[in-house]
Design a protein around this ligand. Structure first.
Ligand code: HEM
Length: 534
């Protein structure tokens, strides 16, 4: 075929560029794959072309959700891998050093405190536009944000939100009661979510959200924010567009609240301290108000991004865990009976008297061992996410339990608490829902084997608030309502060897990756009045 000279030169350049690209790709592929072949590192069967992407794909196909920890944990058992193993997902995903046992998970988090990974920062930036959300930062910025926000979430600070939590718990109770009359099937995750959303809004801004729409859009944002790539580019494009609109709407609202509160605080005669302030926003504004500075771009950005982060983190995690609690109680009646017995032994029979006692005695929530154990056991079975850390650039190897493991600059540490949580040597009959495991005075499992809130310097700063909210919700729901899970497709034979929960809660046994890893789809439930109260 005849080509004009210009076109043939262009074609030649294109061929040359493509060839260089291919050579470069093959070189990098070879270099990476050689590492796994030359070093005798523990790993599943490794393929020169696919790395581990193929075997991971095969295991992912066995589960219903897209949250990989269940699939990776099954690979660990099937290929008899030790507590540290390697996963080479390049170029489809990161190269991981998977930490799956108590000592291995402690190594990058408590024994050492490795930096938050850049892939996590990218996730926050791309999903909620929050690259400076505390969870995605490191170094001095993380410290500054921690000092501003963490005092607002200590156990004693959490008690200052007690009345607001109770108001919302009463609303939750009333909403659920209304469904018992209609007998309709309800999206219980959506109903439960209103409660932690209202609480985290109050904790963040010291006021109620100005419109119900803010809940709906935050929920939608948490739903479409996922680290798992979408196969359909059109879905991804549309979700990205929707994400941008929601993020903008939240930013406008947060900016309005921030400016109004800053003006109010400047007019205050006596300013609170970081310990006595009643919202996280006040804590973040305090330094500027005290020193007479104007609101600058840096502070408004930090407030905006951290507010979005806190709303998403504080709402999705607690909603997902609460949804799982109700599911598990619906299929493990012995636990529900025990829970009700504990509540009946402490609280009066009616919801209003129960609420009054909770209001009069905030410390009573400390004395609910079985209720606490129900939440802990749920978090064992369904931790809300995988923690990823980046080793220091200078690290070329590390020692653990007498073995040396090589480290490449491209490696991330994947902290798979799910694997320890399902290890039968640590938690016998791991997929049985047994809150009793958490009732012993001293845990009879290694402390580092249980880490739903992570451990160490970067552990969850919202854990006191989340535990308090979930305990109060359980006290206000468990004795009056029976929850029946519907449309969940339980199977006769478990899909994977390490859990049979899919025979009970069906598709939800394998989590779906959203902002946090929650039930696989809406938790559809029918609610009835429990017999004692009908
Ligand atoms: C059931 C509820 C919750 C669970 C299971 C949970 C779990 C976790 C985990 C595993 C981490 C470590 C993440 C990482 O290192 O990448 C974390 C961090 C964090 N969580 Fe939570 N969380 C919950 C509720 C909350 C709530 C209610 C808030 C806000 C009030 C919150 C705010 C945060 C923040 C700000 C961090 C970052 C801490 C740091 O980077 O130093 N979480 N959470």
């Amino acid at each position: 075929m005849f080509l004009p000279v210009g076109a043939s030169s262009l074609a030649a350049i294109a061929v040359a560029v493509a060839s260089i690209g291919i050579v470069y790709f093959v070189k990098r592929l070879n270099e990476r794959r050689r590492f796994y072949h030359d070093n005798d590192v523990p790993k599943p069967p490794h393929d020169w072309f696919w790395g581990h992407a193929k075997v991971v794909g095969e295991y992912t196909a066995k589960i219903t959700g897209d949250y990989m920890q269940a699939a990776w944990t099954q690979m660990k058992y099937d290929f008899k891998l030790p507590e540290v193993f390697y996963l080479d997902m390049w170029p489809f995903g990161p190269e991981f050093i998977m930490c799956t046992g108590p000592d291995a998970t402690a190594f990058p988090t408590t024994t050492n405190s490795f930096a938050q990974a850049d892939v996590v920062t990218d996730f926050f930036t791309q999903s909620i536009g929050a690259g400076t959300f505390m969870e995605s930062t490191n170094g001095p910025l993380w410290k500054e944000l921690h000092q501003m926000m963490a005092p607002g979430l200590t156990p004693s600070a959490t008690k200052t939100y007690h009345d607001a939590i109770l108001d919302e718990a009463q609303r939750l109770h009333d909403r659920v009661r209304r469904f018992t009359a209609s007998g309709e099937v309800v999206d219980m995750s959506a109903e439960l979510g209103r409660y932690p959303f209202a609480v985290i809004w109050h904790v963040m801004f010291g006021e109620k959200a100005s419109s119900p729409e803010l809940y709906e859009i935050t929920r939608r944002l948490a739903d479409i924010s996922t680290a798992v790539p979408r196969l359909n580019p059109m879905t991804r494009f549309l979700e990205k567009r929707e994400q941008a609109v929601i993020v903008k709407r939240l930013e406008v609202e947060i900016d309005k609240i921030t400016r109004a509160r800053f003006t109010e605080m400047k007019a205050l005669k006596a300013l609170p301290t970081r310990t006595t302030a009643t919202s996280i926003l006040d804590r973040m504004l305090l330094g500027h108000v005290q020193s007479g500075q104007d609101l600058d771009n840096r502070l408004t950005t930090l407030i905006s991004e951290n507010s979005k982060g806190m709303l998403a983190a504080g709402f999705g995690t607690t909603t997902d865990t609460s949804s799982y609690i109700l599911m598990l109680l619906s299929v493990f009646p012995h636990a529900l009976a025990q829970l009700r017995a504990e509540h009946s032994s402490i609280f009066p029979p009616s919801p209003s008297a129960t609420l009054s006692l909770l209001r009069a005695n905030p410390a009573i929530t400390k004395d609910l061992p079985y209720t606490t154990a129900v939440i802990q056991e749920t978090l064992r079975l369904f931790p809300i996410g995988m923690v990823v850390r980046k080793p220091p650039p200078s690290m070329t190897s590390f020692e653990l339990n007498g073995r040396t493991y090589p480290v490449r600059p491209e490696h991330y540490f994947g902290i798979m608490c799910y694997s320890s949580h399902y290890d039968p040597a640590i938690f016998p009959s791991p997929s049985a829902f047994r809150p009793e495991r958490f009732l012993t005075e001293e845990p009879d499992f290694p402390r580092n084997a249980y880490r739903p809130f992570e451990r160490g310097l970067r552990s969850c700063i919202g854990q006191n608030l989340a535990m308090e909210e979930m305990k109060i919700a359980l006290v206000m729901l468990a004795r009056w309502f029976d929850f029946e899970l519907v449309g969940h497709n339980p199977v006769g034979v478990p899909r994977l060897g390490h859990t049979d929960l899919d025979t009970k809660i069906g598709d939800h046994a394998f989590q779906k990756a959203r902002f946090s890893a929650g039930p696989n789809g809406a938790a559809m439930m029918r609610v009835r009045l429990a017999e004692r109260d009908s």
